[in-house]
Design a protein. Structure first.
Length: 123
């Protein structure tokens, strides 16, 4: 492959990390909660095996994301970024896919995370 293919990864490591972590979180969220909608009648071990299969793709994205991100961010910054992305992926998943009600608590949780972002990234 040409080096131009990897240029955005090298030039924008924080953006690359965020994109990979977002994709990773989509897999993670389905692995953790998708079985609650689709495999209710199946034994728990079936749900676990399906979830592990989905989680493999999560790790294939999450591990490179953290390695790229750690070149320019601290461990705490990576963790807070992950938590913000997790909430940003989870809320639409819960509401749109799992048919859960929208709650004001989602807003309060997001505001708390904004505080965490401020304190971790302010240095």
């Amino acid at each position: 492959m040409s080096s131009q293919f990897f240029a955005p990864i090298v030039q924008y490591p924080v953006l690359t990390t965020a994109v990979l972590l977002t994709a990773s979180n989509l897999f993670m969220t389905f692995a953790w909660y998708g079985h609650l909608k689709h495999l209710q009648a199946s034994p728990w071990w079936t749900a676990a095996l399906v979830s592990w299969g989905i989680a493999l793709f999560e790790y294939l994205l999450q591990v490179p994301a953290n390695r790229i991100g750690f070149t320019v961010m601290s461990l705490a910054q990576l963790k807070i970024m992950q938590e913000v992305i997790t909430l940003a992926v989870f809320v639409p998943f819960a509401v749109l896919y799992m048919d859960q009600p929208v709650k004001l608590d989602f807003l309060w949780a997001g505001l708390c995370l904004m505080g965490a972002v401020y304190f971790i990234f302010r240095t």
